[in-house]
Design a protein around this ligand. Structure first.
Ligand code: BMA
Length: 371
Protein backbone atom coordinates (compact mmCIF):
# COMPACT_ATOMS: atom_id res chain seq x y z
CA UNK A 1 0.00 0.00 0.00
CA UNK A 2 2.71 2.43 1.06
CA UNK A 3 4.77 1.49 -1.96
CA UNK A 4 2.06 2.65 -4.34
CA UNK A 5 2.38 6.12 -2.84
CA UNK A 6 6.06 6.29 -3.47
CA UNK A 7 8.05 7.11 -6.53
CA UNK A 8 11.75 6.88 -7.26
CA UNK A 9 13.73 10.10 -7.19
CA UNK A 10 16.97 10.76 -9.01
CA UNK A 11 19.03 9.66 -5.99
CA UNK A 12 17.29 6.31 -5.80
CA UNK A 13 15.39 7.27 -2.64
CA UNK A 14 11.69 6.71 -2.52
CA UNK A 15 9.73 9.91 -2.21
CA UNK A 16 6.00 10.35 -1.66
CA UNK A 17 3.59 11.96 -4.13
CA UNK A 18 1.06 14.79 -3.72
CA UNK A 19 -2.56 13.91 -2.92
CA UNK A 20 -3.70 14.95 -6.41
CA UNK A 21 -3.10 11.92 -8.62
CA UNK A 22 -3.14 14.22 -11.66
CA UNK A 23 -0.71 16.77 -10.18
CA UNK A 24 1.43 18.38 -12.89
CA UNK A 25 5.05 17.33 -13.22
CA UNK A 26 6.23 20.64 -11.73
CA UNK A 27 3.89 20.17 -8.75
CA UNK A 28 5.18 16.67 -8.08
CA UNK A 29 8.77 17.93 -8.30
CA UNK A 30 8.01 20.77 -5.88
CA UNK A 31 6.32 18.41 -3.41
CA UNK A 32 9.23 15.98 -3.49
CA UNK A 33 11.87 18.72 -3.27
CA UNK A 34 10.16 20.19 -0.23
CA UNK A 35 9.85 16.74 1.29
CA UNK A 36 13.63 16.33 1.05
CA UNK A 37 14.59 19.91 1.84
CA UNK A 38 12.93 19.88 5.26
CA UNK A 39 15.72 17.61 6.46
CA UNK A 40 18.39 20.13 5.40
CA UNK A 41 17.03 23.23 7.10
CA UNK A 42 14.07 25.48 7.67
CA UNK A 43 13.05 27.94 4.96
CA UNK A 44 12.10 31.48 5.87
CA UNK A 45 8.84 32.85 4.52
CA UNK A 46 7.25 36.28 4.72
CA UNK A 47 3.70 37.34 3.93
CA UNK A 48 3.30 40.00 1.22
CA UNK A 49 7.09 40.45 1.21
CA UNK A 50 7.10 41.38 -2.47
CA UNK A 51 4.02 43.62 -2.37
CA UNK A 52 4.79 46.25 0.29
CA UNK A 53 6.70 47.00 3.50
CA UNK A 54 6.24 49.34 6.44
CA UNK A 55 7.37 52.35 4.40
CA UNK A 56 6.86 51.44 0.72
CA UNK A 57 4.15 50.21 -1.60
CA UNK A 58 4.74 47.97 -4.62
CA UNK A 59 8.20 48.97 -5.79
CA UNK A 60 10.05 46.81 -8.28
CA UNK A 61 12.31 44.16 -6.67
CA UNK A 62 11.85 45.67 -3.21
CA UNK A 63 11.54 43.53 -0.06
CA UNK A 64 11.96 44.31 3.65
CA UNK A 65 13.69 40.96 4.07
CA UNK A 66 16.17 41.78 1.31
CA UNK A 67 16.86 45.20 2.76
CA UNK A 68 18.12 43.61 5.97
CA UNK A 69 19.74 40.40 4.77
CA UNK A 70 20.55 41.02 1.11
CA UNK A 71 18.34 38.09 0.14
CA UNK A 72 14.67 37.42 -0.48
CA UNK A 73 12.67 35.00 1.62
CA UNK A 74 12.56 31.43 0.31
CA UNK A 75 8.78 31.40 0.65
CA UNK A 76 6.64 34.33 -0.51
CA UNK A 77 3.14 34.51 1.00
CA UNK A 78 0.18 36.16 -0.79
CA UNK A 79 -3.38 36.87 0.37
CA UNK A 80 -6.42 36.56 -1.91
CA UNK A 81 -9.29 37.69 0.33
CA UNK A 82 -11.94 39.68 -1.56
CA UNK A 83 -11.18 37.92 -4.83
CA UNK A 84 -14.49 36.18 -4.17
CA UNK A 85 -16.22 39.56 -4.50
CA UNK A 86 -15.00 39.99 -8.06
CA UNK A 87 -13.08 43.22 -7.49
CA UNK A 88 -9.54 44.18 -8.41
CA UNK A 89 -8.02 44.59 -4.96
CA UNK A 90 -7.69 42.44 -1.84
CA UNK A 91 -8.84 43.15 1.67
CA UNK A 92 -5.39 44.68 2.20
CA UNK A 93 -5.80 46.87 -0.93
CA UNK A 94 -3.31 44.83 -2.94
CA UNK A 95 -4.00 44.49 -6.66
CA UNK A 96 -4.71 40.91 -7.75
CA UNK A 97 -2.98 41.57 -11.08
CA UNK A 98 0.16 42.62 -9.20
CA UNK A 99 -0.08 39.55 -6.95
CA UNK A 100 -0.16 37.34 -10.07
CA UNK A 101 2.82 39.25 -11.45
CA UNK A 102 4.90 38.80 -8.28
CA UNK A 103 3.98 35.11 -8.06
CA UNK A 104 5.48 34.72 -11.51
CA UNK A 105 8.57 36.72 -10.54
CA UNK A 106 9.20 34.70 -7.38
CA UNK A 107 8.64 31.41 -9.22
CA UNK A 108 11.05 32.46 -11.95
CA UNK A 109 13.64 33.24 -9.27
CA UNK A 110 13.19 29.68 -7.98
CA UNK A 111 11.25 30.52 -4.79
CA UNK A 112 8.23 28.89 -3.15
CA UNK A 113 4.74 30.41 -3.26
CA UNK A 114 2.02 30.10 -0.63
CA UNK A 115 -1.48 31.60 -0.80
CA UNK A 116 -3.90 32.29 2.05
CA UNK A 117 -7.46 33.53 1.83
CA UNK A 118 -9.66 35.18 4.47
CA UNK A 119 -12.92 34.65 2.54
CA UNK A 120 -15.81 36.90 3.54
CA UNK A 121 -18.73 35.44 5.48
CA UNK A 122 -21.14 34.38 2.68
CA UNK A 123 -24.15 34.26 5.00
CA UNK A 124 -23.86 37.29 7.26
CA UNK A 125 -22.66 39.61 4.48
CA UNK A 126 -26.16 39.22 2.97
CA UNK A 127 -27.63 40.91 6.04
CA UNK A 128 -27.56 44.60 5.21
CA UNK A 129 -27.47 46.69 8.32
CA UNK A 130 -26.34 50.28 8.14
CA UNK A 131 -25.43 50.25 11.83
CA UNK A 132 -23.23 47.18 11.62
CA UNK A 133 -19.50 47.61 12.00
CA UNK A 134 -16.45 45.38 11.64
CA UNK A 135 -16.37 42.34 11.63
CA UNK A 136 -19.84 42.19 10.11
CA UNK A 137 -19.77 40.07 6.93
CA UNK A 138 -16.01 39.42 7.06
CA UNK A 139 -14.06 36.20 7.65
CA UNK A 140 -13.96 37.22 11.32
CA UNK A 141 -17.77 37.37 11.62
CA UNK A 142 -18.62 34.39 13.85
CA UNK A 143 -22.16 35.48 14.69
CA UNK A 144 -23.80 32.50 12.94
CA UNK A 145 -23.06 28.80 13.21
CA UNK A 146 -24.96 28.07 9.99
CA UNK A 147 -22.38 29.46 7.58
CA UNK A 148 -20.49 26.31 6.61
CA UNK A 149 -23.66 24.24 6.14
CA UNK A 150 -25.17 27.09 4.10
CA UNK A 151 -22.45 26.88 1.43
CA UNK A 152 -22.45 23.08 1.11
CA UNK A 153 -24.78 21.32 -1.39
CA UNK A 154 -28.41 21.86 -0.39
CA UNK A 155 -27.50 25.04 1.49
CA UNK A 156 -28.95 28.46 0.72
CA UNK A 157 -25.60 29.91 -0.37
CA UNK A 158 -24.17 26.94 -2.24
CA UNK A 159 -24.57 28.70 -5.60
CA UNK A 160 -22.94 31.84 -4.27
CA UNK A 161 -20.04 29.80 -2.91
CA UNK A 162 -19.65 28.13 -6.32
CA UNK A 163 -19.31 31.61 -7.85
CA UNK A 164 -16.61 32.41 -5.31
CA UNK A 165 -14.74 29.20 -6.12
CA UNK A 166 -15.06 29.99 -9.84
CA UNK A 167 -13.34 33.33 -9.21
CA UNK A 168 -10.55 31.62 -7.28
CA UNK A 169 -10.24 29.07 -10.08
CA UNK A 170 -9.96 31.83 -12.69
CA UNK A 171 -7.12 33.45 -10.75
CA UNK A 172 -5.33 30.13 -10.25
CA UNK A 173 -5.69 29.19 -13.91
CA UNK A 174 -3.99 32.45 -14.86
CA UNK A 175 -0.83 31.59 -12.92
CA UNK A 176 1.43 30.45 -15.75
CA UNK A 177 5.17 30.67 -16.31
CA UNK A 178 6.91 32.03 -19.43
CA UNK A 179 6.33 28.71 -21.17
CA UNK A 180 2.62 28.73 -20.39
CA UNK A 181 2.94 25.98 -17.77
CA UNK A 182 0.91 26.25 -14.51
CA UNK A 183 2.96 27.54 -11.57
CA UNK A 184 2.78 25.14 -8.59
CA UNK A 185 1.92 26.68 -5.22
CA UNK A 186 0.77 25.89 -1.68
CA UNK A 187 -2.85 26.89 -0.93
CA UNK A 188 -3.90 27.30 2.73
CA UNK A 189 -7.62 28.14 2.85
CA UNK A 190 -9.90 27.86 5.93
CA UNK A 191 -6.91 28.33 8.20
CA UNK A 192 -6.64 28.13 11.99
CA UNK A 193 -9.62 25.80 12.39
CA UNK A 194 -8.73 25.06 16.04
CA UNK A 195 -9.53 28.67 16.92
CA UNK A 196 -13.01 30.20 16.85
CA UNK A 197 -12.28 33.53 15.23
CA UNK A 198 -13.20 32.71 11.61
CA UNK A 199 -16.57 31.44 10.31
CA UNK A 200 -15.00 28.00 9.72
CA UNK A 201 -13.59 27.88 13.30
CA UNK A 202 -13.97 25.00 15.71
CA UNK A 203 -16.93 26.32 17.72
CA UNK A 204 -18.66 27.80 14.68
CA UNK A 205 -19.07 24.57 12.67
CA UNK A 206 -18.81 20.86 13.40
CA UNK A 207 -15.65 18.98 12.48
CA UNK A 208 -17.68 17.04 9.91
CA UNK A 209 -18.85 20.29 8.30
CA UNK A 210 -15.30 21.64 8.28
CA UNK A 211 -14.02 18.50 6.60
CA UNK A 212 -16.90 18.62 4.09
CA UNK A 213 -16.09 22.28 3.31
CA UNK A 214 -12.53 21.31 2.51
CA UNK A 215 -13.49 18.29 0.43
CA UNK A 216 -16.05 20.31 -1.51
CA UNK A 217 -13.51 23.04 -2.26
CA UNK A 218 -10.77 20.67 -3.38
CA UNK A 219 -13.18 18.61 -5.48
CA UNK A 220 -14.36 21.81 -7.13
CA UNK A 221 -10.91 23.19 -7.97
CA UNK A 222 -9.15 19.90 -8.67
CA UNK A 223 -11.81 17.68 -10.22
CA UNK A 224 -14.37 20.10 -11.64
CA UNK A 225 -12.01 22.87 -12.78
CA UNK A 226 -9.10 20.54 -13.56
CA UNK A 227 -6.53 22.58 -11.65
CA UNK A 228 -3.57 20.36 -10.83
CA UNK A 229 -0.84 22.73 -9.70
CA UNK A 230 -1.96 23.11 -6.07
CA UNK A 231 -0.50 21.61 -2.90
CA UNK A 232 -3.16 21.91 -0.19
CA UNK A 233 -2.16 22.87 3.38
CA UNK A 234 -4.29 21.86 6.34
CA UNK A 235 -3.83 24.34 9.17
CA UNK A 236 -4.69 25.00 12.81
CA UNK A 237 -3.97 27.70 15.32
CA UNK A 238 -2.34 26.83 18.67
CA UNK A 239 -3.07 23.26 19.79
CA UNK A 240 -1.88 21.19 22.72
CA UNK A 241 -2.47 17.66 21.43
CA UNK A 242 -2.44 15.72 18.18
CA UNK A 243 -6.06 14.81 18.79
CA UNK A 244 -6.98 18.50 18.89
CA UNK A 245 -4.83 19.17 15.81
CA UNK A 246 -6.54 16.50 13.70
CA UNK A 247 -10.14 17.47 14.49
CA UNK A 248 -11.82 18.15 11.15
CA UNK A 249 -8.90 16.82 9.06
CA UNK A 250 -10.34 16.27 5.58
CA UNK A 251 -8.17 13.26 4.65
CA UNK A 252 -4.87 12.24 3.11
CA UNK A 253 -6.45 12.17 -0.35
CA UNK A 254 -7.06 15.94 -0.06
CA UNK A 255 -4.15 17.31 1.98
CA UNK A 256 -0.44 17.66 1.13
CA UNK A 257 0.85 19.63 4.09
CA UNK A 258 0.19 19.60 7.85
CA UNK A 259 0.78 23.16 8.97
CA UNK A 260 0.47 25.06 12.21
CA UNK A 261 0.07 28.75 13.12
CA UNK A 262 1.37 29.86 16.51
CA UNK A 263 2.21 33.38 17.65
CA UNK A 264 4.32 34.17 20.68
CA UNK A 265 1.99 35.46 23.36
CA UNK A 266 4.22 34.94 26.36
CA UNK A 267 7.00 33.03 28.06
CA UNK A 268 5.31 29.67 27.64
CA UNK A 269 5.48 29.98 23.83
CA UNK A 270 8.80 28.16 23.27
CA UNK A 271 7.65 25.08 25.20
CA UNK A 272 4.22 25.04 23.60
CA UNK A 273 5.68 25.40 20.12
CA UNK A 274 8.18 22.63 20.85
CA UNK A 275 5.41 20.24 21.87
CA UNK A 276 3.15 21.12 18.93
CA UNK A 277 5.89 20.94 16.28
CA UNK A 278 6.95 17.61 17.79
CA UNK A 279 3.60 15.92 17.20
CA UNK A 280 2.72 17.73 13.96
CA UNK A 281 6.01 16.89 12.20
CA UNK A 282 5.88 13.28 13.44
CA UNK A 283 2.33 12.87 12.16
CA UNK A 284 3.24 14.47 8.84
CA UNK A 285 6.11 12.04 8.30
CA UNK A 286 3.91 9.06 9.15
CA UNK A 287 1.41 10.25 6.50
CA UNK A 288 4.06 11.24 3.90
CA UNK A 289 3.04 14.92 4.08
CA UNK A 290 4.91 18.22 4.13
CA UNK A 291 4.94 20.51 7.19
CA UNK A 292 5.21 24.22 8.01
CA UNK A 293 4.93 26.74 10.80
CA UNK A 294 2.85 28.78 8.40
CA UNK A 295 2.32 31.83 10.64
CA UNK A 296 4.33 32.93 13.61
CA UNK A 297 5.49 36.16 15.18
CA UNK A 298 6.72 37.93 18.27
CA UNK A 299 4.34 39.88 20.46
CA UNK A 300 6.34 40.51 23.63
CA UNK A 301 8.65 43.27 22.42
CA UNK A 302 11.77 41.07 22.56
CA UNK A 303 14.91 42.01 20.62
CA UNK A 304 16.40 38.52 20.48
CA UNK A 305 13.33 36.50 19.53
CA UNK A 306 14.75 35.01 16.31
CA UNK A 307 17.90 33.67 17.94
CA UNK A 308 16.68 32.74 21.38
CA UNK A 309 13.07 31.65 20.88
CA UNK A 310 12.29 30.67 17.29
CA UNK A 311 15.55 29.20 16.00
CA UNK A 312 16.25 26.76 18.86
CA UNK A 313 12.78 25.20 18.56
CA UNK A 314 12.43 25.04 14.78
CA UNK A 315 15.97 23.59 14.55
CA UNK A 316 14.81 20.50 16.40
CA UNK A 317 12.28 19.34 13.83
CA UNK A 318 11.87 18.97 10.04
CA UNK A 319 9.56 22.01 9.99
CA UNK A 320 9.72 22.85 6.28
CA UNK A 321 9.27 26.60 6.55
CA UNK A 322 8.43 29.32 9.07
CA UNK A 323 6.54 32.37 7.87
CA UNK A 324 6.12 35.69 9.62
CA UNK A 325 3.14 37.85 8.73
CA UNK A 326 2.91 41.05 6.76
CA UNK A 327 4.66 44.35 7.42
CA UNK A 328 1.47 46.37 7.09
CA UNK A 329 2.17 49.54 5.13
CA UNK A 330 2.02 52.82 6.95
CA UNK A 331 0.92 51.54 10.35
CA UNK A 332 2.53 52.70 13.56
CA UNK A 333 1.90 49.36 15.25
CA UNK A 334 2.73 45.90 13.99
CA UNK A 335 -0.28 43.84 13.03
CA UNK A 336 2.03 41.02 12.12
CA UNK A 337 4.16 40.37 15.16
CA UNK A 338 7.04 40.47 12.72
CA UNK A 339 10.18 41.80 14.39
CA UNK A 340 12.37 42.05 11.27
CA UNK A 341 12.51 45.81 11.56
CA UNK A 342 12.72 46.11 15.33
CA UNK A 343 15.58 43.63 15.74
CA UNK A 344 17.53 43.59 12.46
CA UNK A 345 20.75 42.25 13.97
CA UNK A 346 18.95 39.36 15.55
CA UNK A 347 17.19 38.67 12.24
CA UNK A 348 20.60 38.65 10.55
CA UNK A 349 21.75 36.06 13.08
CA UNK A 350 18.74 33.95 12.09
CA UNK A 351 19.58 34.52 8.42
CA UNK A 352 23.22 33.49 8.90
CA UNK A 353 22.39 30.31 10.80
CA UNK A 354 23.32 27.17 8.85
CA UNK A 355 19.86 25.87 9.82
CA UNK A 356 17.92 28.53 7.90
CA UNK A 357 17.30 28.72 4.15
CA UNK A 358 16.53 31.91 2.23
CA UNK A 359 16.04 32.31 -1.52
CA UNK A 360 19.69 31.86 -2.54
CA UNK A 361 19.90 28.51 -0.75
CA UNK A 362 16.63 27.37 -2.29
CA UNK A 363 17.93 28.43 -5.72
CA UNK A 364 21.03 26.31 -5.08
CA UNK A 365 18.81 23.39 -4.05
CA UNK A 366 17.06 23.88 -7.42
CA UNK A 367 13.67 22.86 -6.03
CA UNK A 368 12.07 22.91 -9.48
CA UNK A 369 14.90 20.78 -10.92
CA UNK A 370 15.51 23.28 -13.72
CA UNK A 371 18.23 22.39 -16.17
C1 BMA B 1 -4.66 39.39 9.25
C2 BMA B 1 -4.25 40.82 9.52
C3 BMA B 1 -5.20 41.69 8.75
C4 BMA B 1 -5.19 41.30 7.27
C5 BMA B 1 -5.42 39.81 7.10
C6 BMA B 1 -5.29 39.33 5.66
O1 BMA B 1 -4.02 38.48 10.05
O2 BMA B 1 -2.92 41.05 9.09
O3 BMA B 1 -4.81 43.03 8.90
O4 BMA B 1 -6.18 42.02 6.58
O5 BMA B 1 -4.51 39.10 7.88
O6 BMA B 1 -4.02 39.59 5.14
Amino acid sequence: MVLTLLTLCSFGQKLPLPADKKATKETVILFQSLYELKNKGVMYGHQDDLMYGYTWWYEKDRSDTKEITGDYPAVAGFELSHIELGGERSLDSVSFAQIAEQIKVHYKRGGIITISCHLNNPLTMQIKDSLSSWPHGTAWDVSSKEVVSSVLPGGKYNELFNTWLERLATFFTGLKDDNGLPIPFIFRPFHEHSGSFFWWGTNICTDQEYSALWRYTVNFLRDKKNIHNILYAYNTDRVTSLDQYMRGYPGDDIIDMLSLDMYDRGEQFGGELDTALGFVTKEAISRNKLTALSETGERRGMNNWWSSVLLPVVSKYPVGYVLTWRDAYNTKFSVSGNPIQSSPDDFKYFYNSPRTLFLKEVQEANVYRRK
